[in-house]
Ligand binder design. Structure first.
Ligand SMILES: Cc1cn([C@H]2C[C@H](O)[C@@H](COP(=O)(O)OP(=O)(O)OP(=O)(O)O)O2)c(=O)[nH]c1=O
Length: 212
């Protein structure tokens, strides 16, 4: 038996996965999300989904009931994800704003230009002892073009409270949609989980696990 575990505190990821006809449980774990000096955006999010997976798997196994000889084999397919914005220089990473000044600084750089939203997803299949059986990684990019922003619009948006816990300080699924002129790529990837690609990867891993 395989239990799908979404290891995320993000309500957006939970809503996206809930839209698919899939049973899953939520079991998240916190990690240090500091970007290391000289780290590329892609290396950073791949490292993050790996760290989130290690933390979530460890916490999951530590809460498991003691296994008896008669217990059937249990597998857990743990999904971790990390989303960032990247400015046109390809190097500058946009995470969640730490305060209003930080959000305004990001938005000024995003105004009337195209940034990229990158999401990394890791699928980690573990057994009830925490042994890793299989892993798979996805890396998805969506280009997002913003309209020209003025100070009044930024003030209004900051006051709405929406930007605070979003990478790049906006939500395409919320009021932030008014700033998005167009996108090129997966919409759900911007919201935090490239849904079609993630569901395909889950199906692949379930088939591989059945063949083990
Ligand atoms: C760009 C963008 C980001 N976001 C959100 C998705 C993510 O929740 C958040 C990026 O932060 P993440 O660090 O990727 O995720 P998280 O801390 O919210 O959740 P967890 O680590 O527990 O999985 O930004 C939107 O909701 N809409 C958007 O348009």
């Amino acid at each position: 038996m395989i239990t799908v575990v979404l290891a995320s505190t993000s309500p957006r990821r939970q809503q996206l996965l809930a839209m698919a006809d899939l049973d899953f449980v939520i079991h998240s774990a916190e990690v240090d999300e500091t970007v290391q000096a000289g780290e590329s955006p892609q290396d950073y999010i791949v490292r993050m989904v790996g760290a989130k997976a290690v933390a979530a798997c460890h916490s999951l196994v530590s809460q498991m009931p003691v296994k008896t000889a008669s217990t059937e084999r249990q597998l857990f397919l743990v999904i971790t994800s990390d989303t960032i914005g990247v400015l046109p220089d390809g190097r500058s990473i946009l995470v969640k704003p730490i305060d209003k000044e930080d959000a305004f600084r990001m938005w000024q750089q995003m105004s009337d230009t195209e940034h990229a939203v990158w999401t990394a997803v890791q699928l980690t299949l573990i057994d009830e002892c925490g042994q890793v059986v299989l892993t798979d990684n996805l890396l998805e990019k969506t280009a997002v073009k913003f309209i020209a922003l003025n100070k009044a619009a930024m003030e209004d948006y900051w006051r709405s409270g929406e930007p605070a816990d979003k990478a790049g300080g906006y939500a395409i699924q919320g009021k932030g949609a008014a700033w998005v002129e167009r996108i090129n790529g997966s919409y759900s990837n911007v919201v935090g989980l490239p849904l079609a690609q993630t569901l395909a990867a889950i199906k692949r891993m379930q088939q591989q696990a059945a063949d083990l």
